[in-house]
Ligand binder design. Structure first.
Ligand SMILES: [Zn+2]
Length: 113
């Protein structure tokens, strides 16, 4: 048995490094996002990529959106409603009072009254 099988080793002649293709910068566009806190930031994307609908605010970390008047993370421009207000909407006044009394009792207990 002679070692007649000649497996040719394919030599890697050229290095796998890519040639430098930085002769022309990729086209980019700037997209402006606004967060609920009113922060404004410009984010650059490649022109052929659709910008995401939300982007984390670089200043406060909240999600920021493309619509300045309606940033994500907050429900429109509704006035702030307490949890109790929502509860009251769903329940009768009597139930609401009972819940309120219960909540007050809890608070008092926590304060050690
Ligand atoms: Zn922000």
């Amino acid at each position: 048995m002679s070692s007649g099988s000649a497996i040719r080793g394919s030599r890697i002649g050229s290095s796998p490094m890519r040639p430098d293709e930085r002769s022309e910068p990729a086209p980019r566009r700037e997209v402006t996002y606004w967060c609920a806190a009113g922060h404004e930031m410009d984010v650059r994307f490649a022109a052929d990529v659709a910008p995401p609908e939300t982007w984390d605010c670089t200043r406060c970390g909240q999600p920021a959106g493309l619509d300045r008047a309606n940033p994500p993370g907050r429900m429109r421009a509704e006035p702030y409603k307490s949890h109790l207000a929502y509860v009251k909407e769903r329940r009768s006044d009597a139930d609401g009072e009972a819940i309120l009394a219960e909540a007050l009792a809890k608070v008092r207990r926590r304060r050690g009254e």
